[in-house]
Design a protein around this ligand. Structure first.
Ligand code: C2E
Ligand code: MG
Ligand code: MG
Ligand code: MG
Length: 283
């Protein structure tokens, strides 16, 4: 549309750019306030075992209660936080808040749970990342084995010497590593085999249109087969329907996460699930 070079088209173009820039600055300033004023919070989504549906972990997902805007989902501010570097303090806040939550559940006498935390490339590649994680683990008395870091496949495919080194060191301490959104990032079998990881998360786009005769099923099947061959755990995200869970269980997928088992929810709801689990174990 801008090709014609008409005055109006040009004006429209500039105006949009200008508006976008203003919007970004507005979100950036808002995010700084959000950190300082406690407007960020975590919700937790259940992860269950395929066999018996038992709660085995949760994924911490960030929410921003922005005054005048309601709840802002992470897709609307994480990319900007990454671009501005704000993801470093925000990411550290997330890690600490998630580990403090584990400590609170532990202090309440509830059974231990795996906590998955999303980590951005910018955090992972920070030379201080390992020492920051270790400091939070110590401060919150979190056993390293209860923490899992999620890195997206596309981020792991980028050149990141420091990042991979950091993951290796963290895994040596007992922290687990999961590859998020797997299947969307074009990694080769050889590449996956060389990564310091424990678990693969099948991207929800493949789960969304699972049916025995479709491409997504073939891809999910291949991903699980690869994971099993490499002795990696595999979890499917975005499981919404019983039929999807049935198909995934049939190809030996270990764990499920999705609305079928619970939306991302406040800590009290997870505590109630843990209480149920405890009762079941006691009886
Ligand atoms: P993700 O890590 O792949 O998280 C899964 C997303 O799928 C979440 O969206 C979750 O609410 C959504 N989801 C869960 N079950 C279902 C389902 O059954 N069907 C469908 N259609 N969606 C489902 P959410 O919470 O909006 O987060 C979006 C993305 O934002 C996350 O994708 C993650 O990449 C990023 N994110 C969230 N929290 C953080 C964080 O603390 N740090 C960083 N760096 N990124 C974060
Ligand atoms: Mg994730
Ligand atoms: Mg994902
Ligand atoms: Mg995602």
């Amino acid at each position: 549309a801008a090709k014609g070079g008409g005055g109006n088209a040009c004006h429209f173009f500039d105006d949009t750019l200008e508006r976008r820039r203003a919007q970004r600055m507005d979100i950036e300033a808002g995010l700084r306030r959000a950190l300082a004023q406690g407007q960020l919070r975590l919700v937790y989504q259940p992860q269950v075992a395929a066999g018996d549906g038992r709660l085995v972990g949760v994924e911490a997902l960030l929410r921003w209660d922005r005054p005048g805007h309601g709840v802002v989902p992470p897709d609307q501010f994480i990319p900007l936080a990454e671009a501005t570097g704000l993801i470093l303090p925000i990411g550290e806040w997330v890690l600490r808040a998630a580990c403090l939550q584990l400590a609170a559940w532990r202090d309440a006498g509830l059974p231990p749970l795996r906590m998955a935390v999303n980590v951005a490339a910018r955090q992972l590649n920070d030379v201080d990342f390992v020492s920051r994680v270790v400091a939070v683990l110590e401060e919150t008395e979190t056993p390293p084995g209860n923490l899992e870091l999620e890195i997206t496949e596309s981020q792991l495919m980028e050149k990141m010497h420091t990042g991979l080194d950091n993951l290796k060191r963290l895994r040596e301490l007992g922290v687990a590593v999961a590859v998020d959104d797997f299947g969307t990032g074009y990694s080769s079998l050889g590449r996956v085999q060389s990564l310091p990881i424990d678990r693969i998360k099948i991207d929800k786009s493949f789960v969304a249109d699972l049916n025995v005769s479709g491409d997504s099923y073939a891809i999910a099947h291949a991903i699980v087969a690869m994971a099993l061959a490499l002795r990696l755990e595999v979890i499917a995200e975005g499981v919404e329907h019983a039929e999807q869970a049935h198909l995934l269980a049939g190809i030996q997928c270990h764990e499920f996460q999705g609305y079928l088992y619970g939306e991302p929810q406040p800590p009290e709801a997870i505590a109630a699930m843990l209480q149920q689990l405890q009762k079941g174990q006691a009886s």
